[in-house]
Design a protein. Structure first.
Length: 256
């Protein structure tokens, strides 16, 4: 087999020279030994957008093989937990189930990870340039904030400004990191599920997160979870005399 778009032979993973560096060894691991990571909060399948991406990925894998090996963490059980590459494994699983056994063994690189917190940060860092929806962005911001706070409490951080650290890692401004975390912390469960389903965009999600739990639930009941900014503005106008002040506490104040 040759890579780079040239004609592929029977084994899509036989040429591994391009994957091997001085400090990283690529090995072929049976797909049945690769476990999805429970800490992975990113979409892998299901909705229309991600399945369109999966179709493109499958075409690429069938033509060129897996260009970038999966990153995995070896477990004491002899199995491996995926750090990066959940969708690549998914596509190979689908191909194997369709009868293409040549995709059963997948190129992987073992990552040396000292603990679960480092694993969590690694998952986020390897998905830095992924196309994410608002739910994924808010979730990773909250996870990273809590992760770094634990490191801060252990005295492992030189900087005490967690929002700056989160922003730097995610490649966003400090104010954006703050807003994303507030959305995750402020939304009621029903509305968070609606955000996950793509029924709420970021701007109305920010507005909802500043509202009381009772007001959020009222808006949810009126709209069925598909909330626009216009729905929120209408609710506020209709209920202004009866409503109490919305949430005023900032994320940083909550953490004090």
């Amino acid at each position: 087999m040759q890579m780079g778009g040239k004609k592929m032979g029977f084994n899509p993973f036989e040429s591994l020279e391009e994957f091997t560096s001085s400090d990283k060894i690529v090995e072929l691991i049976d797909i049945d030994l690769l476990d999805d990571n429970p800490r992975n909060e990113y979409r892998t399948e299901g909705d229309e957008d991600i399945e369109k991406q999966n179709a493109e990925l499958q075409g690429s894998i069938e033509q060129d093989g897996i260009i970038q090996p999966l990153s995995v963490r070896a477990l004491e059980t002899g199995r491996f937990r995926i750090i990066a590459g959940h969708r690549r494994k998914l596509i190979c699983r689908r191909l194997v189930e369709s009868g293409k056994e040549e995709y059963r063994k997948i190129p992987c690189i073992r990552e040396e990870i000292k603990d679960d917190d480092e694993e969590e940060r690694k998952i986020i860092s390897t998905n830095k340039y992924r196309n994410k929806n608002t739910y994924e962005r808010t979730t990773e911001a909250r996870i990273l904030y809590e992760n770094l706070k634990r490191e801060k409490d252990k005295g492992n951080l030189k900087s005490n400004n967690l929002f700056e650290l989160v922003a730097k890692e995610l490649g966003v401004s400090t104010s954006t990191a703050d807003r994303l975390i507030k959305i995750d912390k402020g939304l009621e469960p029903e509305l968070k599920e609606a955000l996950k389903a793509g029924d709420i965009k970021q701007s109305p999600a920010e507005s909802l997160a500043r509202m009381s739990a009772a007001d959020q639930k009222a808006v949810y009941e009126q709209t069925g979870g598909k909330v626009t900014q216009a729905d929120i503005d209408k609710y506020k106008k209709e209920t202004k005399p009866a409503r109490k002040d919305t949430k005023q506490t900032t994320t940083s104040e909550k953490e004090e």
